[in-house]
Design a protein around this ligand. Structure first.
Ligand code: UD1
Ligand code: UDP
Length: 377
């Protein structure tokens, strides 16, 4: 009998959890070939636990690191030192990291020190601007340097890696695992015995006769002036357009909570709510007219749901949805956010063009491609 390959899957924040969950589930279908363990850094706590609970994943190791308003210095070192005993105890052959967070970068460094092979999921995304998004562009570049295998979501991301002289044999285009997660979610939610109190609450509290504008935001480079400008725009949109309801599940980062609750409370048609669980958020995206966000993951999900997205950033590492017409970059300029939102509310032709369904990010089989590849090594 051949020796089982040992996998350690490491993640820490909400988006990593959403995009790694289908990989965990897929590896768990092959216990005869792989010994797979999950390690969460818990860079996020509540927002991570929401995802684990929906996907029914129990971590084998929980570093439980989140601190209120944490800083990048201590988070980085805590992750590296926290992973050391786990890597020494389990001695994985492969360590899987995802995307571009501080967990991703720090875990890949720790894995490099341990001698394990590093597999980077969602590899090769680039804006070519180290300050935007900050610190994510640096995180994914550093992770790319130490990774042995790069699982790229698209041909564009593969091209970025080839430009950096990564060996073609080390890159596999898989599609983005976010589409695998989306498929899992839609299937689970449509099961007859599935009950979701949060969705029921949204159904009973929101007026779906009105157009719903869904908003999310959290980027570090938008903290401060960026968020003040974003809030100014949202307030004006709510006041100018009583026929719409803005729904904003507010990220738990205190640098987001403070300006948003201070500047946006008290408007009838602007609802500030707690972060939603993944299936409720997907449900609400589907029920929305348009989405305004600075999120990376939402830019990937919205095209396959046919929802126009205004992205409150000046750069994106996801050019595919911009090219297909679903995503438009508006930065954090209040006037631009208002102008483009009102254009989508009033110009049916423009709305129709931006709400065509596209699937530039995958077909939902990214995880099985990853596993087939690892199986051949
Ligand atoms: C992090 C990632 C970012 C990713 C985002 C996804 C870094 C540097 N940033 O940003 O790349 O796009 O997650 O959402 O890796 N908090 C809670 N509960 C939670 C989560 C966060 O209270 O469940 C609060 C805590 O006070 C925490 C703070 O938010 O200290 C910041 O969390 P952190 O992970 O450092 O930054 P994010 O802005 O969430
Ligand atoms: N999301 C969620 N609940 C919310 C808002 C977003 O589950 O209230 C999901 C969303 O569907 C997407 C992911 O969180 O898959 C995006 O996370 P975030 O915007 O925090 O991070 P980013 O993708 O920008 O790194």
């Amino acid at each position: 009998m051949s020796v089982k390959k040992k996998n350690l899957i490491v993640f820490g924040t909400r988006p990593e959890a959403i995009k790694m969950a289908p990989l965990v589930k897929e590896f768990q279908k092959h216990p005869q070939k792989f010994n797979t363990k999950v390690c969460i850094t818990a860079q996020h706590r509540e927002m991570l636990d929401q995802v684990l609970s929906f996907f029914e994943i129990e971590a084998d190791y929980d570093l439980d690191l989140m601190k209120p308003n944490q800083n990048l210095y201590s988070l980085t070192t805590d992750i590296i030192t926290g992973l050391k005993p786990i890597l020494e105890d389990f001695e994985p052959d492969f360590v899987y990291v995802h995307g571009d967070t501080t967990t991703t970068m720090s875990a890949s460094l720790a894995a490099f020190y341990s001698g394990a092979k590093i597999c980077h999921i969602e590899a090769g995304l680039r804006t070519f601007n180290m300050k935007s998004p900050f610190p994510e562009e640096m995180n994914r570049c550093v992770t790319g340097v130490v990774s042995n295998i790069h699982f790229s979501p698209t041909e564009t991301s593969k091209k970025n890696l080839l430009t950096e002289n990564k060996s073609p044999d080390s890159i596999l285009v898989t599609g983005n695992t976010v589409i695998d997660a989306l498929k899992f979610s839609v299937k689970k939610v449509s099961q007859r015995n599935y009950v979701d109190d949060e969705i029921a609450e949204l159904q009973s509290t929101l007026d779906f006769e009105k157009k719903i504008i869904l908003v999310t935001g959290h980027r570090r480079e938008n903290h401060g002036a960026g968020f003040i400008a974003i809030c100014k725009a949202l307030k004006k949109i709510a006041l100018n357009n009583p026929e719409v309801t803005i729904v904003y599940p507010v990220h738990l980062n205190p640098n987001v909570q403070k300006p948003v609750y201070e500047l946006l409370q008290g408007l009838d048609n602007l609802k500030l709510i707690a972060p939603l669980s993944y299936p409720s958020f997907v449900w609400l995206m589907n029920a929305s007219y348009l989405i305004i966000t600075d999120s990376g993951g939402v830019q990937e999900e919205a095209p396959s749901l046919g929802k126009p997205v205004l992205v409150m950033r000046n750069t994106t590492e996801r050019p595919e949805a911009v090219a297909s017409g679903t995503v438009l970059l508006v930065g954090t300029d209040s006037e631009k956010i208002i102008k483009e939102t009102e254009k989508l509310l009033s110009d049916k032709k423009h709305y129709g063009e931006m709400s065509e369904r596209h699937n530039p990010y995958g077909d939902g089989f990214a995880c099985s491609r990853i596993i087939e590849f690892i199986d051949t090594l």
